[in-house]
Design a protein around this ligand. Structure first.
Ligand SMILES: [Zn+2]
Length: 193
């Protein structure tokens, strides 16, 4: 075919790229070749050889239009049916943010004190496979407040339950701290006596 700077340009005639069929018509420009392509929808369009070979284009543009329409419909669908999916996804994102993003205000209570997300759960698919979708309005809770986000330390709880368990933990810790302080005080008094 066309020889340009000693390179042999391959004839693309008849080749299929997605919905496009290359017609035996091309325009040679300074640095590239444009081939006339016929799309399955009937449109014809000149497309650069490099673009075709790189697999960057699969239609005259009709495919992208259809896809964006599908995405739009998909979004509408997810609002009505898949709300729990997107909520689970947001929970997963939030969990990672708390552990890995120092700019988040919750970070000091999570990532800042060594709480992390297990490697398996860095993938949303794995997280979803282990936890399932967040039921109703439930939120993710770590059973051991000092433990990580990982399959055997997480459960779905109501916000009230979560708050209660945290308060419980802190009350326990507080009590323990008080006991220790008392002990120290008692010991100090003993030493004085
Ligand atoms: Zn088309």
């Amino acid at each position: 075919m066309t020889t340009l700077k000693g390179q042999i340009k391959k004839d693309l005639t008849g080749m299929r790229f997605g919905r496009l069929t290359v017609l035996p018509i091309h325009i040679t420009e300074k640095r590239s070749t444009k081939w006339l392509c016929r799309c399955d929808c009937g449109n014809e369009k000149y497309i650069y050889r490099g673009t075709l070979l790189a697999g960057k284009v699969n239609s005259c543009g009709c495919l992208r239009k259809e896809k964006s329409k599908q995405t739009l419909e998909g979004n509408k669908l997810s609002v009505t049916h898949g709300k729990s999916y997107s909520r689970t996804y947001r929970i997963w994102m939030g969990m990672k943010q708390r552990c890995f993003n120092p700019k988040r205000h919750e970070y000091p209570r999570y990532g800042g004190r060594g709480i992390t997300v297990c490697e398996r759960w860095l993938s949303f698919d794995n997280f979803l496979a282990d936890m399932g979708e967040a039921p109703g309005s439930l939120t993710i809770d770590r059973i051991d407040n000092d433990g990580n986000y990982e399959p055997n330390n997480c459960r779905w709880v109501t916000r009230t339950e979560q708050f209660a368990s945290r308060t419980h933990t802190s009350t326990e810790k507080h009590k323990q701290a008080c006991r220790e302080n008392q002990k120290k005080a008692t010991e100090a008094r003993r030493k004085k006596n």
